[in-house]
Ligand binder design. Sequence first.
Ligand code: HSE
Length: 401
Amino acid sequence: MIHVGVFGYGTVGSGVVEVLTKNEKVIEKNVGEKVKVKAVLDLREFHGDPFENLIVHDVKEIVEDEDIDVVCETMGGVNAAYEFTKMALSNGKSVCTSNKELVALHGPELINLAKKHNCSYKFEASVGGGIPIIRPLQDAITADEIKAVIGIVNGTTNYMLTKMDKEEADFNDVLKEAQELGYAELHPEADVEGFDAARKIAILSSLVYGKTVNYEDVHTEGITNISSRDFRYAKHLGKTIKLLAKFENRDTGSYAIVAPFFVDLESPLSNVNDVYNAILVRGNMLGDAMFFGKGAGKLPTASAVCADVVECAKNKGKHLPCNWEDESVKLDGFDNSVKNFFVRVKAEDRELTEEIFGEVEKVNEGFFDEFAFVTKEMTEADFASKKALIGPCINVIRLQK
Ligand code: HSE
């Protein structure tokens, strides 16, 4: 029998207990022995909950319990999660987590600690919710040079953008709905400002390199400036708006970005709606492969945590290697990366803008108080210097090729 401890009985933690209980039989078949939750750490009481007798309030009751083989860290945040994870790994217990913040910040250190103690640190649920993407990158797409990873990796913002596009819904109303559905972070700025997606693309690109891509080096813009007018323009151009997280490995240098993009309606990414996520991986031999599924929410995320539990249980007493070293990767290709930019400026800035940008594709949606256009292809650096000459724009959205 494999015994499991859970840190945190919130949305994902309670999902983990549910998955391990409801799918007891299939999990037993896949592991080769029974897997049972023995204790759940949470500061709160859960009177009347079917698993209230499993709740413990002292982390030692899990990390010092010799019966417990695997711990699911679903508490989120960094400080306590980091300390508790180190305690569990140091005692030879594998840790499976959905905590992208902790993985992005301390991934290689925790993997090395696990290696030292013959256990594993697994984080499939940290990117793309229920979608298997970490394991394919590590174990399946291993004969290719990965040229790009392009993803919709935040369920909350994708849910919001879909509602804003299809139902012309208000930003704050849809954010509230996403929170009620259990998709949003505790502090939703992490979703709407793009930080959550930046951590996820940093994790994916670190796995591509086998070295650390620091999430603070990801150029990050959120969706708080996106308005119904932007969607009107997008429709006019046969596009929609998606928050993309991209990593590109080019001859001119590598870079990572999270920002809203105009995505062509013919692109498969434009059809990824609501809480669904998709991650397109471009290999130099494979071409494009796309991974699609529910990117947030209780059971999809718990399903990915539990799949890691199954792998750790099957490999009890062994370290499952992960190619991710502490050494940092320098991302120096952003300024030289080339894109088209959709720009909205005030009507009075039109003349100056046309002078500075030269020939542009005008986009007329009948708003007389502003001037909107798409630039020709130019580098980020060239665009930034031209934009600085016209001063504040109403909005700028890049075009995804
Ligand atoms: N807030 C995150 C999202 C949860 O919306 O994608 C899953 O990581």
